[in-house]
Design a protein around this ligand. Structure first.
Ligand SMILES: *[C@@H]1O[C@H](CO)[C@@H](O)[C@H](O)[C@H]1NC(C)=O
Ligand SMILES: *[C@@H]1O[C@H](CO)[C@@H](O)[C@H](O)[C@H]1NC(C)=O
Length: 608
């Protein structure tokens, strides 16, 4: 322990006082030199010998050791005359650690006569003190951005010993980043600076624990340590980094509900605090439409859909995602999210009739194209693959021409007179699961062709007229029918002339088929008129058919009966076979006899 300078000066004053009071009595000054901390009882010197006195005089003259200090470190052995250590002397207790020489002064006083001997005992330093740091732990905050070469002064250690036993040097524990620089002050004390010798990286090592050791120059040397804790202060030297990938590929089904989670992106930032706090965003770029469809949670990085996603509108999206830290200035990174929209069969096929012939002639050839259709489906893949079919049994067929283009063609002979109109249902069905389908109806009208001739109901028409009918009387009305329509069924009647006399007897109205007499008939002259009437339609080419008309003239009682035996002998019984057709004539109550002419059954017996 060192003594304060105030105590030292007071001690000096005391010495001067003694000297002045005893002036002339002090005869000599003896000097001795001993190391501090000598064992008690150790002999420093033999005073009797050194002062040239008889040993017995020490007793007789009451020799007394007066140490000018509160403690009695030494004493005199009055039998041997030796000065010996009574109590261990600590140099640092007596003198300041800064003082290089340290003396303990004392007087040996004799009586009879009084004599005073001054003794100066130099206490030599031994290395009994280790260096000590006033602060056992030093904290330093150093920014990552600090340039190498920067110095940080450290609290130095102190050693109570002096000279060679005081601090000689410092050592720093092994460190890649730090060294120390030792400087010596004007008073010889050592100062130590911590020197940064390379760039710090907080992300690599945020805390550096160093041990500073101070060593003195004693033999053996003593040392003291302090720990230096360097905390590296963050700077925003790291940009956020997207984990794992720069590109996210995400498939999502179309029609995903509004707000559906698409993907969660995550980035990390090696920095700390605001420098490492990440904010996600979708920076609007030139393709703002894609950004409008999605939103991102700035904290969690969850990307959700906004509105519904329609595959038919966009089959894929490319979203740019930004991760930005909150440092000053901030740093950012971007990544891409590729959203692949998976088609759902949400669109039914659509049939577009590109052309259609509203009417088809009934004599159209098999293979005649009557309509063209195109089947469309907005979906992709199988969902958009369409197959068309005709529904029901119709005389048409579908011919696939190209992709989803089809022709509707005549498949069988048509007959307007059987079916004049078709509602052709076309069904289009896609191959999605479940499939979607739609139908469309095209109306086909079969147009008439003159393929039916006019027809009479009977091949032969028999008419009975009374003789003497007036000229211009209606004899019969002929009617033919035609299955065709319009002109093809417009019938004109005409008489096929077989003789020149016929037109003078009867006349035909070509429009109505009515036959009139030109004059009255005379049964006795003509019994039967036979001719053919032709019915012709107005088709192109026209078709016709014939009918045979028999006009029988019925007798009126305008002559006295006369039996004329034209071909038989008188008195013989004439008989004639009745033709088969007589049955019919009979039903009309009359029959035709080539000999008698018309015989009605009221007057004629069939057996003859
Ligand atoms: C065709 O459909 C219409 C209604 O659209 C109907 O009036 C008509 O009778 C149908 N024709 C046939 C031949 O089925
Ligand atoms: C109708 O009679 C005329 C004259 O005899 C003949 O040329 C024509 O072929 C006949 N038509 C039919 C359909 O029998």
């Amino acid at each position: 322990m060192a003594v304060s300078s105030a105590t030292v000066s007071r001690m000096c004053v005391t010495v001067l006082f003694v000297f002045s009071a005893m002036w002339g009595l002090a005869l000599s000054i003896s000097r001795y030199s001993i190391p501090e901390e000598m064992q008690e009882g150790s002999v420093v010197a033999n005073l009797a010998t050194d002062l040239g006195l008889d040993v017995r005089a020490l007793v007789t003259r009451k020799a007394k050791l007066d140490i000018i200090h509160s403690k009695k470190y030494l004493d005199i052995n009055k039998e041997t005359g030796e000065l010996f250590i009574l109590e261990k002397i600590d140099r640092e207790y007596i003198c300041s650690s800064k003082t290089t020489s340290c003396f303990l002064k004392m007087d040996v006083i004799f009586e009879n006569p009084i004599r005073i001997f001054n003794i100066e005992l130099e206490i030599m330093d031994i290395n009994d003190n280790a260096p000590v740091f006033r602060r056992e732990t030093m904290h330093l905050d150093i920014s990552e951005s600090t340039a190498p070469g920067e110095r940080f002064s450290l609290t130095n250690a102190v050693d109570a010993d002096v000279g060679a036993n005081s601090i000689k040097t410092y050592y720093l524990s092994t460190s890649k980043s730090f060294t120390i620089d030792i400087q010596t002050g004007s008073d010889g004390s050592k100062y130590v600076d911590l020197v940064l010798n390379r760039n710090l990286d907080r992300e690599e090592q945020a805390l550096h624990n160093l041990i500073l050791t101070a060593v003195d120059g004693g033999v053996p040397a003593r040392s003291g340590t302090a720990s230096i804790i360097v905390r590296v202060l963050d700077i925003n030297d790291n940009a956020p980094l997207f984990n794992h990938k720069q590109l996210y590929k995400v498939p999502i089904p179309e029609n995903a509900p509004n707000g559906a989670t698409i993907v969660i992106v995550s980035a990390t930032d090696l920095d700390e605090g605001l420098n490492g706090e990440i904010v996600y965003s979708l920076p609007a770029k030139e393709d703002a439409k894609h950004t409008e469809m999605f939103s991102i949670d700035p904290r969690s990085g969850v990307i959700t859909s906004k509105g519904t996603i329609d595959y038919e509108e966009n089959a894929a999206f490319e979203i740019r995602v930004q991760a930005k830290d909150r440092g000053l200035p901030p740093r950012s990174t971007q990544c891409k999210v590729l959203v692949e929209v998976i088609d759902v069969n949400d669109n039914a096929p659509e049939i577009v009739v590109t052309s259609v012939m509203a009417t088809v002639k009934e004599d159209s050839f098999v293979g005649t194209v009557i309509a063209s259709i195109n089947a469309l489906d907005k979906d992709g893949g199988k969902n958009g693959h369409v197959v068309c079919t005709l529904v029901g049994d119709v005389p048409f067929k579908l011919i696939s021409t190209y992709n989803n283009y089809y022709s509707v063609a005549v498949d069988r002979q048509l007959d307007r007179e059987s079916v004049s109109q078709y509602n052709v249902t076309i069904s289009a069905k896609d191959e999605g699961t479940p499939p979607l389908s739609s139908t469309t109806v095209i109306k086909i009208t079969v147009s008439d062709v003159n393929d039916n001739p006019p027809r009479f109901s009977e091949p032969i028409i028999n008419v009975f007229v009374k003789e003497n009918i007036p000229a211009g009387a209606l004899i019969v009305r002929l009617t033919a029918s035609d299955h065709d329509v319009n002109d093809n069924a417009q019938i004109a009647y005409s008489m096929l002339e077989t003789s020149n006399t016929l037109p003078t007897m009867i006349n035909i109205n070509s429009l109505t088929g009515e036959i009139y007499s030109m004059h009255s008939f005379n049964y006795e002259g003509v019994k039967k008129i036979q001719f053919q009437v032709q019915a012709t339609d107005s088709g192109v080419p026209p078709l016709s058919s014939n009918v045979t008309v028999n006009v029988f003239i019925l007798d009126e009682n305008d002559n006295s009966p006369v039996i004329l035996p034209p071909y038989s002998d008188p008195g013989s019984v004439h008989s004639e076979n009745i033709p088969y057709s007589a049955e019919r004539l009979q039903r009309q109550d009359c029959l035709f006899d080539s000999f008698y002419g018309i015989i009605c059954n009221t007057t004629v017996s069939r057996s003859g």
